[in-house]
Design a protein around this ligand. Structure first.
Ligand code: ADP
Ligand code: MG
Length: 567
C-alpha cells in the first residue's frame, strides 16, 4: 500500500492532470490494476461511473466527448478488458469523437520477454491501428506530459480516440524526480487551435456557389460536433440553399425548417448541381457521391478539418480546410455579400416532392395507428409527438428498421440531441451512449432500440438503474435481427430469430427501475410520455408483429443475397 497523502503517485498525478484539463468524469470497469485508481479519483472529487462491459463504458466516454468537445475518459483493466474496450475506441475514432481510453497494463520488461504476466499483453502496440495515437507512460514523472499529449491528440485536427497505456508500476510509483511544487501537471493551452482557410480557397468556393442553379448543403455530424448551428442557420436563411442533414446532424437546423430537403432526399441528391458538404464525408452513407444517387455532373465543395478527406471518392472542386466555425466565419459573409439566393424553381421542386412524400408518410403513420397488426409506425409516432412538445429531450437510437424508421419519423429541433450507430452503423452502442448523455446533459434521454440491438449491451440496464438515470429505453421487439420470421430449415430456429415474447422490460424490474409492456398504439400513446416524464430509469417493451421490418432495414442493398435452397 502506497501512502498517497503527498499526491505524488502516478495515480494521483493522473487524476490531477485530468482535472486540470477540465475532465471530471470517468467511465469504466475496475479490476487489477486500476481499482484503487478509480477509488482515488472519487476521493479527489472526480465522478466515476462503473459499467458491466468495457465496450459500453468506452462508448459512454466517446458520447461524452461528442457532447462536450472535451475528451471523454474510459478506463479498463488489462488484456481482456482492454480488448473489450478496443471496439469502442475504434468506433470513436471512426466517428471523430474525442476519447481517451486508459487501460491498466503490465510492465514493459515482462511483456517484451513474453514471460506470461497475469492478463499480460502488448496492449500499446495492439491499440495503434485502432486509434489516432497510442501513448505509454512508464514513469510517474511523465504523467503530465502523457495527459497533455492525449488531450491534444484527441481534440485537435480531426477528433478521435487516443489510447493511454498505464502499467501497474506507474500507478503506484512515487514521482521522486520532479520538483514537488511543479510536477509537470498543467492545463493544455489551446488544445484544438483554430484553423482558417485561405481567402483564395473561400473565393473559389463562393465563385462555384454563385453560379449554382440547384445547390444543396449536406450537414454531417462534424457540423453538430463543432457547434455550427448559428452559422449554418444564417447561411441557409440568407441564401435559401436547401439542406439535408445526416442523422446525427439533425437539429443543427431544425427539422421543421422550410429549407429542409430531408423528405425530398433522392430528388435533391439526384439533381443538385453544387453540393456543399459541411462536416460530412462522402462515404457509404452517401453512396460515395456516385451516380445514380448523385447528379454525375455535380460539383462538390467540402468543408473539413482533415485535408486528406478531400477527393476520397469524388473530385472536390473547392476544398475548404479548417475548423468548421472558422471556415463558416469567412464563407458566410463572403457568400451573402454577393446577394446570392437559390432559385425559387429549385426550392419549389423540393417543396413539391416534400409534400408528396409527406402525404405518403402521413398515410403510413395513420395506418400504423389503426392497423390491428402493430408495427413500427404506430410504435414510434407517440415518440415523435413527445419530441415535438419537448425538444430538449435526447434521443439515442440503434437497430436496423427501428433506426431507419425512427430517423425519418422523429423530428429534431435542437443540435446534438441525437446520437446513433454512426459511421460504422454499429449495434450495441445504445446503452453506453444513453447513460453518458444523461450524465453529461442532466436531461431526459430516450434510447430507442431494436430487440437485437438491445441484446448487445442490455446488462447496462443495471448501470442505468444503479445511477438512477432519467432514461427511457424503448425496445421495439419484433423477435429478431431485422425480424423474427425467417426460418430456412423447418423446425429449426433461423439465424435471425430471437424471442418475440421476451419480456425485456422485466430487466428494469430486476434492478429497481420502472417497466412497461405495450402491444398496440393506444397503449404506447398512454405509456410513453408518462415513462419519460417520470425521470426514472425504465424500459418499455414494445411488442410488434414479428413479420414487421425489412431485412437489413434501408440498407438491404449492402447485404449479399444467395439462392437459398436445400441440396
Ligand atoms: P456524417 O456521418 O454525419 O456524414 P461524418 O462523420 O462522415 O459525418 O463526417 C464528419 C466530418 O467532420 C469528418 O470528415 C471530420 O473530419 C469533420 N470534422 C469533425 N470535427 C470537425 C471540426 N471541428 N471542424 C471541421 N471538420 C470537422
Ligand atoms: Mg428486431
Amino acid at each position: 500500500m502506497v501512502d498517497d497523502s503527498l499526491n505524488r503517485t502516478g495515480a494521483s498525478l493522473l487524476i490531477e492532470a485530468l482535472q486540470k484539463n477540465g475532465i471530471n468524469n470517468i467511465y469504466g470497469i475496475v479490476g487489477i490494476p486500476v481499482t484503487d485508481l478509480a477509488r482515488l479519483a472519487e476521493l479527489r472529487g472526480m465522478k466515476y461511473y462503473g459499467f458491466r462491459r468495457e465496450d459500453a463504458a468506452v462508448d459512454a466516454a466517446a458520447a461524452a466527448g461528442f457532447l462536450t468537445q472535451k475528451p471523454g475518459v474510459g478506463l479498463t483493466v488489462s488484456a481482456p478488458g482492454f480488448l473489450n474496450g478496443l471496439t469502442a475506441l475504434a468506433q470513436a475514432t471512426k466517428n471523430c469523437f474525442p476519447l481517451i481510453m486508459i487501460s491498466g497494463s503490465s510492465e514493459r520488461h515482462i511483456i517484451d520477454l513474453a514471460q506470461g504476466d497475469y492478463e499480460g499483453m502488448d496492449q500499446y502496440n495492439r491499440a495503434k491501428p485502432f486509434c489516432k495515437k497510442a501513448y505509454r507512460v512508464d514513469r510517474a514523472q511523465d504523467i503530465g506530459t502523457a495527459v497533455a499529449r492525449a488531450v491534444r491528440t484527441a481534440v485537435s485536427g480531426r477528433p478521435g480516440g487516443v489510447y493511454l497505456d498505464l502499467p501497474a508500476d506507474t500507478i503506484s510509483q512515487f514521482d521522486t524526480e520532479t520538483d514537488q511544487k511543479d510536477m509537470g501537471i498543467y492545463k493544455v493551452v489551446d488544445p484544438a487551435p483554430k484553423q482558417e482557410p485561405s481567402d483564395e480557397a473561400v473565393s473559389r468556393a463562393v465563385d462555384i456557389i454563385k453560379n449554382a442553379k440547384k445547390p444543396l448543403i449536406i450537414l454531417g455530424k462534424g457540423a453538430a460536433y463543432d457547434r455550427t448551428e448559428k452559422q449554418v442557420q444564417e447561411l441557409v436563411n440568407k441564401t435559401d440553399i436547401p439542406f439535408l442533414p445526416m442523422s446525427m446532424a439533425k437539429g443543427v437546423v431544425p427539422d421543421n425548417d422550410p429549407h429542409s430537403a430531408a423528405a425530398a432526399r433522392s430528388l435533391s441528391l439526384k439533381n443538385a448541381d453544387v453540393v456543399i458538404l459541411i462536416g460530412a464525408r462522402l462515404n457509404w452513407m452517401l453512396s460515395y457521391g456516385d451516380a445514380p444517387e448523385f447528379n454525375p455532373n455535380a460539383k462538390f465543395i467540402q468543408l473539413d478539418i482533415d485535408a486528406t478527406q478531400f477527393d476520397s471518392s469524388q473530385k472536390i472542386s473547392a476544398p475548404l480546410q479548417g475548423d468548421l466555425q472558422s471556415i463558416l466565419a469567412k464563407l458566410v459573409p463572403a457568400l451573402t455579400a454577393t446577394g446570392y439566393k437559390a432559385s425559387s424553381d429549385w426550392l419549389d421542386a423540393i417543396k413539391a416532392d416534400t409534400e408528396k412524400n409527406d402525404a405518403k408518410f402521413a398515410k403510413r403513420i395513420s395506418a400504423g395507428e389503426t392497423n390491428p397488426e402493430f408495427g413500427y409506425y404506430g410504435a414510434i409516432e407517440p415518440i415523435n409527438e413527445y419530441f415535438q412538445k419537448h425538444p430538449d429531450t435526447y434521443l439515442v437510437s440503434e437497430g436496423a428498421n427501428t433506426l431507419d424508421i425512427g430517423r425519418d419519423m422523429i423530428g429534431m429541433q435542437l443540435p446534438r440531441h441525437r446520437l446513433d450507430t454512426g459511421t460504422w452503423g454499429v449495434m450495441g452502442v445504445g446503452m453506453g451512449y444513453a447513460i453518458a448523455t444523461a450524465i453529461e446533459t442532466g436531461k431526459h434521454v430516450v434510447a430507442l432500440d431494436g430487440d437485437s440491438a438491445f441484446g448487445f449491451d442490455g446488462m447496462e440496464t443495471e448501470t442505468m438503474c444503479r445511477y438512477h438515470l432519467p432514461i427511457t429505453v424503448v425496445i421495439i421487439n419484433n423477435g429478431g435481427i431485422y425480424n423474427g420470421v425467417s426460418n430456412p430449415v423447418p423446425n429449426q430456429l433461423g439465424p435471425t430469430t430471437l424471442d418475440p415474447t421476451a419480456r425485456y422490460e422485466l430487466m428494469a424490474k430486476a434492478f429497481g427501475g420502472d417497466y412497461y409492456f405495450v402491444s398496440n398504439y393506444e397503449e404506447m400513446k398512454a405509456t410513453f410520455a408518462k415513462a419519460v416524464d417520470s425521470g426514472r430509469p425504465n424500459i418499455i417493451n414494445v411488442q410488434i408483429a414479428p413479420s414487421m421490418g425489412k431485412e437489413s432495414g434501408h440498407i438491404g442493398n449492402l447485404n449479399p443475397t444467395l439462392n437459398l435452397k436445400p441440396l
